[in-house]
Design a protein around this ligand. Structure first.
Ligand SMILES: NC(=O)c1ccc[n+]([C@@H]2O[C@H](COP(=O)([O-])OP(=O)(O)OC[C@H]3O[C@@H](n4cnc5c(N)ncnc54)[C@H](O)[C@@H]3O)[C@@H](O)[C@H]2O)c1
Ligand SMILES: CCCCC[C@H](O)/C=C/C=C\C=C\C=C\[C@@H](O)[C@@H](O)CCCC(=O)O
Length: 258
């Protein structure tokens, strides 16, 4: 799939992985709506991207994906300004075991909310153009991070939601592919601040550091390249693409209920 003329929405676009996703989508010809709760960083990035790619290519919308109203309004505005939505990158997320309800609210409920609201614009059965949704899960969506059990649960939920939505879309004729990218550790603010976020599991920090040493850390650009692959390869639907500094592979899931 060529990105020329396509319209993308990136949640959590202001920093980290979302910023890199925004940049690679713009580099490849897409228009991008940047959604983020961090207005300062979002507006600053959008202004810089407008200078680099043109005013007509980017739009920043302040949006907390925990809010149905804000998310609905941001997607509506995106469609009004750019004429529709072809790509949704559900990237916004946090890690904080101290505020685990908020972690669930953003990482899982926010992904579900953004997906369902975007379907109203993307679904071919609703007059949409179809397209692709990529959810930023994590390797912690495929196996446990003992120091972050709730974060792990949210990312497992994102992987399961991705696979089920992909099957539902295919069976229903929505014309929308749904995939997940599952990075290991990535050099971002989320990763840098982790030691304050483990709550009752802070005593497991050293074990987590051991996993970081084992897996290494990715750059945000490496994750953005995976996004581009999942967006442009129209054969990919229901996939979980795992990426570490050492490898990149599509997960195979064994259906144990047989
Ligand atoms: N950094 C890692 O090691 C790593 C690894 C695998 C997956 N991930 C996932 O990647 C995604 C991006 O994380 P990151 O590392 O770039 O973090 P980050 O903190 O650098 O960036 C996250 C962005 O999301 C925004 N955001 C947070 N809550 C929001 C909300 N309620 N509504 C809208 N925007 C919101 C923040 O303002 C920020 O701009 C997350 O889903 C995270 O779980 C991160
Ligand atoms: C504490 C930093 C959290 C960053 C969150 C982010 O989502 C990154 C997660 C990165 C890696 C998660 C790895 C999880 C691995 C386990 O499921 C299991 O596969 C580990 C196996 C243990 C081993 O091989 O040593």
């Amino acid at each position: 799939m060529s990105l020329d003329g396509k319209v993308a929405v990136v949640t959590g676009a202001a920093l980290g992985i979302g910023k890199a996703m925004t940049e690679i989508l713009l580099q490849n010809g897409a228009k991008v709506a940047l959604l983020d709760v961090n207005e300062t960083a979002g507006k600053s990035l959008c202004e810089a991207l407008m200078k680099q790619y043109g005013q007509e290519k980017t739009l920043f919308l302040s949006c907390d994906i925990q809010s149905e109203e804000q998310t609905k309004a941001a997607l509506k505005k995106t469609s009004e300004v750019f004429g529709g939505i072809d790509i949704l990158c559900n990237n916004a997320g946090i890690l904080n075991e101290n505020t685990w309800e908020k972690t669930v609210s953003i990482n899982l409920m926010g992904v579900i909310r953004s997906t369902y609201l975007a379907l109203e614009h993307m679904n071919k059965l609703n007059g949409g153009r179809g397209g692709v949704i990529v959810n930023t899960a994590s390797m912690a969506g495929l196996g446990p991070l003992p120091s972050c059990p709730v974060y792990t649960a949210t990312k497992h939920g994102v992987v399961g939601f991705t696979r089920a939505m992909a099957a539902a879309s295919s069976a229903s004729g929505y014309g929308i592919r749904v995939n997940a990218v599952c990075p290991s550790f990535v050099q971002t603010e989320l990763f840098a601040n982790i030691l304050d976020k483990l709550g009752q599991f802070s005593h497991l920090a050293d074990a987590t550091k051991g996993m970081v040493e084992k897996f290494g850390t990715l750059s945000v650009s490496q994750v953005a390249e995976c996004l581009l692959e999942l967006v442009t390869d129209e054969t990919k639907n229901g996939e979980a693409l795992v990426v570490t500094p050492q490898m990149k592979k599509y997960m195979t899931f064994v259906n144990t209920i047989q």
